[in-house]
Design a protein around this ligand. Sequence first.
Ligand code: GRF
Length: 198
Amino acid sequence: MLKIAVLVSGGGTNLQAIIDGIKNGDITNTEITAVISNNANAYALTRAKDNGIKAMCISPKDYSSRDIFNQALLDEVNKLDVDLIVLAGYLVRIPEAMVHQYSHRIINIHPSLIPSFCGVGFYGLKVHEAALEKGVKVTGATVHYVDEGMDTGEIIFQKAVDVLPDDTPETLQRRVMEQAEWKLLPAAINMIANRQNI
Ligand code: GRF
């Protein structure tokens, strides 16, 4: 059984896709041990509680320094004794010590076809604003392993999504979520949960 911790910051639609995937059998051999958010008001925490999943807020605002927050986050994750950490719309930089300790055991969903529109400053709607500004005809989403960089780790899966002439950042974001993110993240978790050499 793959035990996962899901880190979130916002609405939690990617978390919901994981929850639904476990319920409907798209994801097997997996359990969500806990959901952790840096944002006490994240609706993702409500989604977790509504599904009987341990939900925690660990916010940098509650610590006197980022280093102390980083250590507190790592300590809490270690207590959970999980096999995989899933970043599902998590907007806080992952502590370097966590990246090293959980090498090749942290994955992230990014709303573009990496290496396009990624790295510092590219998150949420900003990604889609940049894609529309550039005038790309195809965008998509990428699920990748997390390394020391920002959106630079080994790519696991990608899925392309058409950009439509009348797209706004909001309509494009929604289509990328529906057609790519919510499919790729569950698929990656299921692959990791069921590969032979784990
Ligand atoms: C979305 O823009 C998603 O692409 C990115 O984080 C944002 C929030 O996702 N990964 P969610 O609804 O909180 O899962």
